[in-house]
Design a protein around this ligand. Structure first.
Ligand code: COA
Length: 221
């Protein structure tokens, strides 16, 4: 850790992490390694949580990140936080994030991940460990990039898309909102919204209903 990171940590507000599962543990590690203070977990059920996943339980002065891997679940929890505005963006110090990329609030970038130049990553997106967001990529709000996902240059990922471990997307391809991409799938061409995609080359296996309108906000950048 550099002196700058240590100094930043000393002055940063504490981070409360919603969700004490696997992703929450990854986020906790990243917050600690970045030298930022931690409030702990907010979770409706986990024993180690200090309170439920509700804005009323957030300690004064803390900022919050929602660490739930499924975009639909994450967006549902975010409904509880409507009007809340103290969101943390957490980047593991080992990640490489271009100074010419843009990360919105509430984003997690895990260990050894990469975000390239002119990439834009929307609110409450998860870029999990070892995932790669190439140059000029746009990732819509609430999307999840599981470990080792590879998005080549110019890819567009719609709001709430889930990409399973090791999925890859060819340059310039667009994936429609809320689609779910199976682990290891290789996407070669544009895909419509709300499809389950699997295989290499990936094919649409089935369609599903989009989440309730109440699940799709917030979509701001
Ligand atoms: C995409 C996914 C979410 C679909 O799960 P699901 O909704 O329960 O769908 P199913 O398991 O019924 O699969 C639907 C079809 O896709 C196929 N399929 C699912 N995963 C596949 C994969 N990785 N590769 C190839 N085909 C796959 C299934 O065989 C099934 O085919 P069929 O209709 O011919 O029987 C799940 O398969 C997946 O890949 N999850 C990723 C998990 C992950 O990486 N998590 C990250 C943790 S950090």
């Amino acid at each position: 850790m550099t002196d700058d990171q240590l100094a930043a940590g000393r002055h940063a507000e504490p981070v409360a992490i919603v969700g004490a599962g696997g992703l929450g543990q990854e986020v906790l590690d990243a917050v600690v390694v970045a030298g930022r203070p931690v409030s702990g977990f907010l979770d409706d059920e986990a024993e180690e949580a200090f309170g439920p996943a509700q804005p009323e339980a957030v300690p004064a002065g803390a900022s919050v990140i929602v660490a739930l891997g499924d975009p639909v679940v994450r967006s549902e929890i975010l409904q509880r936080f409507a009007g809340f505005d103290r969101w943390a963006t957490v980047v593991h110090p080992s990640a490489v994030v271009s100074s010419r990329s843009r990360l919105a609030h509430g984003v997690f970038v895990g260990a050894l991940a990469y975000v390239g130049p002119l990439a834009r990553v929307g609110t409450h997106v998860v870029v999990n460990v070892h995932a790669e967001v190439g140059h000029h990529v746009t990732v819509g709000p609430l999307a999840t990039l599981s470990p080792m996902v590879a998005l080549n240059g110019g890819v567009t990922i719609g709001d709430g898309v889930f990409l399973g471990t090791g999925a890859s997307v060819e340059p310039g391809v667009t994936i429609g909102a809320w689609s779910r991409v199976a682990a290891g799938a290789h996407i070669t061409r544009d895909c419509a919204a709300c499809h389950l995609l699997a295989g290499n080359p990936a094919k649409g296996r089935r369609m599903f209903e989009p989440p309730e309108p109440s699940s799709s906000a917030p979509v701001d950048w």
